[in-house]
Design a protein around this ligand. Structure first.
Ligand SMILES: NC(=O)c1ccc[n+]([C@@H]2O[C@H](COP(=O)([O-])OP(=O)(O)OC[C@H]3O[C@@H](n4cnc5c(N)ncnc54)[C@H](OP(=O)(O)O)[C@@H]3O)[C@@H](O)[C@H]2O)c1
Length: 274
């Protein structure tokens, strides 16, 4: 096969995936082909990304071992109609398209080998290791082929989940960092309200988040371990945590998750993804 991967959809996700594949040396640029249906855009993308970009989805798909689909949901049918006739059993498809199920992918791409769905979280594609959740057809079959593993592993940790949990896991992992950052901004503002200069409050909060990251990463700690270590019985931290619980922390987070998921699902269905 001429290329390891064809990226159909070189927007935010497709470009970020390409950048990560190259940075992590999982693949060379010469091993990747991209596609954009408009010839002028294909030429521009080829120049800016340094990979071969063709103006036909099927021409890219037929030459690659793994076909990565990163178009918006409303474009899935057009792409599937174009690439389906050229796909063969020795190729695999990895789809990141929100809301398009394994069943629907199989129905529209009947001849391809195995099909996977992947949901990369944003922190991963912006350069910081994040998570890619994935599910596969015939999930009882062990293992994932090496080319697929390279693609889904490019953004960081890889976690296999049942299809029913794919998008929910992706939304929790993808939106979660923004919620934690928003919480930290509020903590910063509260610190500033206690007479700490705004710049110092920012440093305190950013140092605190980096410390938590390091403790969980190289420090090998758990969140519970961090709380235990800091919250001495009868001390100020324990009192603060009790206050957060009594003020409805869990209920507030449940409402945040419900509204966030509702919104994501509404956007998917408005785009006719299901
Ligand atoms: N961004 C993320 O972090 C993320 C995370 C998980 C999953 N996803 C999923 O990944 C998909 C892409 O998201 P995105 O944020 O990267 O969207 P995006 O920036 O809009 O990228 C989609 C790209 O596909 C191109 N395109 C449209 N029709 C095409 C066709 N027939 N052939 C080739 N390319 C075509 C679009 O070109 P034009 O703009 O010229 O139409 C655009 O460049 C979505 O389904 C989304 O649900 C994204």
């Amino acid at each position: 096969m001429e290329y390891d991967i064809a990226i159909i959809g070189l927007g935010k996700l497709g470009k970020a995936l390409l950048a990560r594949l190259v940075e992590t040396q999982a693949l060379q640029r010469s091993e990747v082909v991209g596609a954009h249906h408009m010839p002028a855009v294909a030429i521009q993308l080829e120049e800016s990304l340094g990979i071969r970009v063709v103006d036909s989805d099927s021409a890219a798909a037929e030459k690659a071992r793994v076909v990565f689909l990163s178009v918006r949901p409303e474009h899935f049918t057009a792409v599937a109609t174009d690439i389906s006739p050229v796909l063969r059993n020795d190729q695999e498809v990895v789809s990141a398209i929100a809301g398009v199920s394994l069943n629907r992918l199989r129905g529209e791409l009947p001849t391809v080998g195995r099909i996977f769905r992947a949901y990369p979280s944003l922190l991963g594609i912006t350069g910081t290791p994040g998570c890619t959740f994935f599910c596969a057809e015939r999930c009882s079959e062990p293992g994932v082929s090496t080319p697929v593993a390279k693609v889904i592993g490019a953004v960081g940790h890889v976690l296999e989940v049942p299809e029913v949990a794919l998008e929910v896991s992706g939304v929790f992992a993808g939106c979660g960092p923004a919620f934690v950052a928003r919480f930290a901004m509020e903590w910063q503002a509260v610190a500033a309200g206690h007479g700490i200069e705004a710049a110092t409050a920012r440093q305190i909060v950013s140092g605190m988040l980096q410390g938590i990251g390091a403790a969980l990463g190289e420090g090998g700690m758990t969140l519970e371990g961090i709380v235990d270590q800091i919250a001495t019985p009868g001390g100020g931290t324990e009192c603060g945590i009790r206050t957060m619980e009594a003020e409805g922390l869990r209920d507030m987070l449940k409402r945040v998750a419900e509204r966030c998921l509702e919104k994501v699902r509404r956007i998917d269905s408005e785009h006719g993804a299901r």
